[in-house]
Design a protein around this ligand. Structure first.
Ligand SMILES: [Fe+2]
Length: 374
């Protein structure tokens, strides 16, 4: 028996057409800042739909559609100053994980009394003192789980890493999960984001912070992802597969938001930042090797997972990667990675996800895992 605490968003609206909930949910103020990436949400008309729903409620919208695929600290600095300048009351993040993480950080910083650099919060010199602006998260990918977490993962180029701004105050107030938004994802984004969700579910199951509740969530998400990700990958318009993948991603998000992650994310963030490899793809390559390494030291955890899901779990994982055309090694994507091993190792952070790995790792052991994936 272990004690545990849980964090959740205040309310969640799930299902096709749930974007329309914006027409009726309680909102504070009459001015909104919509944050998204540069293309898909705009091109597929979802931003116009949000603006039009809010307009009927006499809520003005300002848009910031400059979020990069891996959002940087500098973009957050620009966006939060714009939100403050326009005196907005509500922040809406709509898009993939980067758009949501950017919006989350903006909601946190725009409400503070002082003007700062988001880097100061990551380094822990500052912390979120005042409540963030009212924040609504609307994911368009089924993977990041950012809609339920307390951290915004940001690219920090000077440190060759992706690091987190963390505060329980940053958990979104409202989450809208409308699978229709995910129907537009291409094959690669479907695979990478789906495998990111799978790595959340698996890592949270093995995490030092796992409890009975989060483990049940992890198992639900793992089973759904193995069933529906290949279907969504093959046929992006399959509404049932998209529905259950968004649901699985949300459930896996709840699991890791409350249990923590592990070495896949701990190493993957740095590999992604140094070698410019998408987050979900980096995790998909690392996860089998991290499991092979970890479970030498905690075979009972693998046995427990196999009893609840599939026999020969790691073999199943490798076979899913193959179905989704995930390369076995990073050098299959970027041959230069071999020259960057020392740079990756010197920038690994042991403070974030790695601190939840079920086996305490030294830099030597991180190097062993990394070399298996190169
Ligand atoms: Fe992730």
């Amino acid at each position: 028996m272990i004690n545990f605490s849980l964090i959740f968003p205040s309310s969640v609206h799930f299902g096709y057409n749930s974007l329309e909930k914006l027409a009726s949910i309680e909102l504070p103020g009459n001015s909104c800042f919509i944050i998204s990436g540069k293309s898909s949400m705009k091109n597929y008309g979802f931003i116009d739909r949000v603006i039009s729903i809010l307009k009927k409620r006499k809520i003005n919208s300002y848009c910031f559609t400059e979020v990069e695929p891996e959002v940087s600290v500098e973009t957050v600095n620009i966006a939060y100053k714009l939100a403050r300048k326009n005196k907005v009351d509500i922040i809406i993040g709509i898009g993939g994980g980067s758009a949501l993480d950017c919006a989350k950080a903006v909601a946190g910083l725009a409400s503070q009394d002082i003007t700062v650099d988001v880097r100061d919060y990551i380094d822990g010199k500052e912390y979120i003192k005042k409540d963030p602006l009212f924040f609504i998260a609307i994911p368009s990918t089924a993977g990041t789980g950012s809609e339920v977490t307390k951290n915004a993962v940001l690219l920090y180029p000077e440190k060759n890493n992706k690091l987190s701004l963390r505060s329980e105050k940053l958990v979104p107030k409202i989450v809208i999960l409308d699978p229709e938004l995910t129907l537009t994802m291409d094959k690669n984004i479907t695979a990478y984001s789906g495998l990111d969700a799978l790595s959340h579910a698996v890592e949270s199951f093995f995490s030092k912070g796992a409890n009975d509740f989060t483990k049940e969530l992890s198992v639900i998400a793992i089973k759904l992802i193995f069933k529906y990700l290949p279907v969504a990958y093959k046929d992006g318009k399959n509404k049932e597969a998209r529905y259950y993948m968004l649901y699985a991603s949300f459930v896996a998000g709840l699991a890791f938001a409350n249990a923590g992650l592990g070495a896949t994310h701990g190493i993957g963030h740095t590999v992604g930042a140094v070698c410019k490899i998408p987050h979900g793809l980096a995790n998909a390559i690392l996860l089998p090797q991290v499991l092979i390494f970890n479970t030498k030291f905690c075979p009972e955890k693998l046995k427990e997972l196999e009893e609840k899901t599939f026999k020969e779990f790691i073999k199943e994982l490798l076979s899913l990667n193959k179905k989704l055309k995930i390369p076995m090694k990073f050098s299959d994507i970027n041959p230069n990675i071999k020259n960057n091993i020392n740079l990756i190792l010197s920038n690994i952070s042991f403070a974030g996800s790695l601190s939840f790995n079920p086996v305490k790792l030294t830099i030597k052991e991180v190097e062993v895992i990394l070399k298996e994936t190169i």
